[in-house]
Every structure is written in C-alpha cells, then in structure tokens.
Design a binder for this molecule. Structure first.
Ligand SMILES: [Zn+2]
Ligand SMILES: [Zn+2]
Length: 483
C-alpha cells in the first residue's frame, strides 16, 4: 500500500507540498512558499532569521516536519537543542527526488531549504527561468537553489561558502524504482509549466499543477487532459484557484487584454506604465505589440532585460535585446550618480556587454518625452516615479494576478497611494487569469474521470464537492490519503 500526504497548499492557494509514497518510491510534488501563511507572521521588516536556519520557518509551520529532508547547515542550530522531528540532515533521505511543476515561487521556492543531494526535476524552461531570476536578484535565503550561502561556515572561499542543488531537466518520463512520472506541458501564466501523470503498481495519480484552458496554449492543456484520461487515473490532484469566482467576466482572454489595453493606449497623452511579470510571455507579447502599434519605445528595467535574454535563449519566441523597439531603464543605485561602480554585480556586467548603450535611458531621458514610451515597472520599482515624475495624462496599467494574499491586498492600497501622490488616475486593471475558470475545472474533472478527485490550491474545494459529490474527497493539510 502507498499513500499521498498533502503537507501544504490543500485548502489555500500556493505553498503546494505533496508527498507521494508507493511501495518502493517516495517523492514530492512541488515544494513552494506559502505566501499566505508567511504573511500571517512576517512582513517587510520582520523576516525569518537566517541565523536560525530553518528554525523560524519550522516553528511557524512554514515547512513540514519531515525528518532528514532539510539542509544540514540549516538544521544544525535546531539539532543542538535536540530536535527529534527534523533529524540532523545526515539520515538517509526521506524522499528520492522532488518534481517541480513550474517557475512560480508558491510551487518552487522552498526547494532552497531541502538537502542539496536530493535530485530536483523540472522542465528545462522552468529551470532556465528560475536560474535567471536568481542570478538577477540578491541571493535570498528563501528562494536560492542554484547558489545558496551555506550557513554553517565562516569561510570566504567560494567553494566552501556556496552550495547548489542537484537540479535536472525533464522533458520526458522519469523511471523510478517502480513508478514512472511523466510531465505534460500545460498552459499557465508562465512558460514551462507541466502537469504530471504518475503510474505506479499501487495507483495512477494525476497532478494538474497550475493550468488554464482560456490561454493561447490551450492545446497543451487539452493534450495533458487527454493523456491523463488515457492513463485511467485512480486519483486526480486538481488546482481550484478560481472556484470561488462564479462570474466568468473576469476571465478575459489575452485578446481581450489586448483590446482593453488598446483603448487605454488610444487615450493616453503621457507615459504608459505597465505592471506585469515578464515571465508571462503572452502578456509580454500583448504589450510589446501595442507599443509597436503606437510607435512607443518599450522600456524594460535591466532585471527584466536579463530575464528576457534568458527567455530568448531557450527559444520562447520573445524579441531579443537588440530589437529596435526595446529600450532599457537605468535605475539610480548606490551613489546616485550612475557611475560604473554602482552596477558592479556580475549580472549587470553581463547585460551591459550585450545591449546597445545608446538605448540605456535614465529617468530624465524618459521625462523629456513621456509620450514616446511604455515602461514596465513592478510594484517594487514604484520609487522610480519620484525620478520620472510622470505628467498628467500618464496612466498605470496593472496587468498581473488578482490579489490572493492579504499582503498583496495591502500592496494594492500602497499602489493607489503612490498613484495619488503623483496625481495619476487610479490604476487600470487589465488581466487574464493564469488559472482555469470554474466551468473549465469541472470540464477537466469530468473528462479525466478519475475515481477520486482531491481538490488542492483552492479556498473553495466545497464547490467541486457539490459538483461531483461521489468522487471528491476534501483534503486538509497533513491529511493522509491511502492509495
Ligand atoms: Zn500556484
Ligand atoms: Zn502558478
């Protein structure tokens, strides 16, 4: 007999951590950061202490107590005080490997806490995106997988100071001792997302990851659904992010996003500021096409330029950094004088070698003729408004996901305050969800026809239960499902 344990992300959106045990294989599906729970305890000036390893996360229930799963350097502090539940990090590994469904931190980030000798499998696109994000950001205790700081050494030698995970790309099936785990591309708001079909002697299990049917790569999701159906699954772990949304009006297609944004472009007399994740290829292309149609230069921060370069290199069909419409925003750093020394990190140097320096724009360059530009600024780039001082007629388009966590709701209030402070009109929200709408989730469940449906990644599992009362088993975190 085997079992499935949903350690996290059952009746909430994000933080997915699912253990599958067959007779001879044990592996995890996703190991994400639960933003909602993290937000219950932490905020911008109150963070988990690096000096306590995984201690703060463990005591607040942000990581499950699985003995031997975590990095030795992070468990050391706890073990000195004697922690039976977590072990010392040198026990035999409790899992053979971890499968990551896509490059969103609510599914991938806490891999950073896991022992570095446990193989991590993800699609090559997911790996490239996570790597580029990590390289262009600060080394972060909670998200670094490719180069993390070992917390039990004071050595300054690179080989002793840094560690890395064993990350392997899968674009076809992985054969474990007795199970076969097969990834299938699905459409989501980030490229490289996959769902999994797991075949083992005990049961066939399908895991949706995050997916949708109303996006441009609908066919990928349909193929996944077809293959999942063919496998005649016993269990279907299905995401239900949007089950609470009874009105489909919010689920604009990418075409609708284009049309709505087009109306905004038509009327705009000043700078157009847009907030979306550059990893969302469809959204990127929508705004890139609009910028071109209106003869506006498409301006990216250097961090986004770094990601775009990585996306281009893995063949994601995005324009290159030498594209004539694409320009770059040089933010003021450290000394505030734009001198070379202010941009000394390796990734900055890397990007400076591949872009035309004539296309690097400072705030003052944008200010001179705001009507010529569209600039992508994220929430965390809002300070740039102080330097740019957008004039009346400028507009801010918010084109990223719905607020799922309390923290994001607060961020939206802050965003509104920023816009007010600069005399800008309220944000225009134009977005197509990365997650399937309610009716599509029901359709997918019907089609795949698993014997048991386990809703996860949702605050509304009862909606699926109402629709399929005989097949749905509502699961909570730490529930054990025997297979
Ligand atoms: Zn998710
Ligand atoms: Zn996602």
């Amino acid at each position: 007999m085997g079992r499935i344990i949903i350690y996290d992300g059952a009746e909430e959106i994000g933080g997915s951590k699912i253990l599958v045990e067959t007779g001879k294989d044990k592996f995890l599906l996703d190991f994400g950061l639960n933003y909602k729970r993290r937000g219950l305890y932490f905020e911008e000036f109150l963070n988990p202490r690096v000096a306590n390893g995984i201690g703060d996360l463990y005591y607040l229930g942000l990581i499950p107590p699985i003995k031997g799963l975590y990095r030795k350097d992070l468990t050391k502090k706890l073990c000195q005080n004697g922690n039976e539940e977590l072990g010392k990090g040198d026990e035999p590994s409790p899992v053979d490997c971890i499968f990551v469904s896509h490059a969103h931190f609510d599914h991938s980030a806490y891999i950073s806490m896991v022992r570095e000798d446990i193989p991590i499998f993800a699609s090559s696109t997911t790996i490239a995106l996570l790597k580029a994000m990590e390289e262009s950001g600060a080394t972060n205790f909670e998200t670094s997988m490719f180069k993390f700081i070992k917390r039990d050494t004071t050595s300054s030698k690179n080989e002793e100071k840094y560690g890395t995970h064993d990350i392997r790309s899968i674009d076809s099936s992985v054969h474990l001792t007795e199970s076969v785990v097969s990834p299938f591309s699905v459409d989501h708001s980030v490229p490289g997302a996959v769902g999994f079909v797991i075949q083992s002697p005990q049961a066939t299990i399908v895991y949706s990851g995050d997916l949708r049917l109303h996006g441009k790569r609908r066919k990928d999701t349909e193929k996944f659904v077809h293959s999942a159906k063919e496998s005649k699954p016993d269990f279907f772990l299905v995401e239900g992010t949007n089950l609470g949304e009874k009105e489909s009006g919010e689920f604009w297609t990418e075409q609708r996003v284009y049309e709505e944004a087009n109306e905004v472009f038509k009327k705009s007399e000043g700078l157009i500021i847009v907030n979306f994740s550059i990893r969302d290829v469809d959204r990127f292309l929508t705004f890139y096409e609009l910028a071109k149609a209106y003869g506006r230069k498409f301006v990216l921060t250097l961090r986004d330029a770094y990601l775009l370069k990585a996306m281009r290199e893995i063949g994601l069909g995005v324009p290159g950094l030498d594209d004539p419409s694409i320009y770059f925003y040089l933010e003021k750093r450290r000394s505030g004088t734009y001198c070379d020394e202010d941009y000394r990190e390796a990734w900055f140097k890397n990007i400076f070698t591949v872009i035309d320096s004539g296309k690097l724009l400072k705030a003052s360059d944008i200010k001179k003729n705001e009507k010529e530009f569209l600039i992508i600024l994220r929430f965390f780039d809002l300070q740039e408004l102080v330097d740019i001082q957008p004039r009346p007629g400028s507009v801010y388009i918010h084109s990223s996901s719905e607020a799922h966590t309390e923290e994001q709701t607060i961020d939206e209030t802050r965003l509104d305050n920023w816009l007010k402070a600069f005399g800008l009109p309220p944000k225009v929200h134009i977005h197509a969800s990365g997650h399937a709408k309610r009716e599509d989730i029901f359709g997918i469940i019907q089609e795949i026809n698993a014997k048991v449906v386990l809703p996860i990644h949702t605050e509304h599992s009862e909606e699926i239960k109402k629709q399929f009362p005989d097949r749905v088993r509502i699961v909570k975190n730490f529930d054990i499902v025997n297979i």
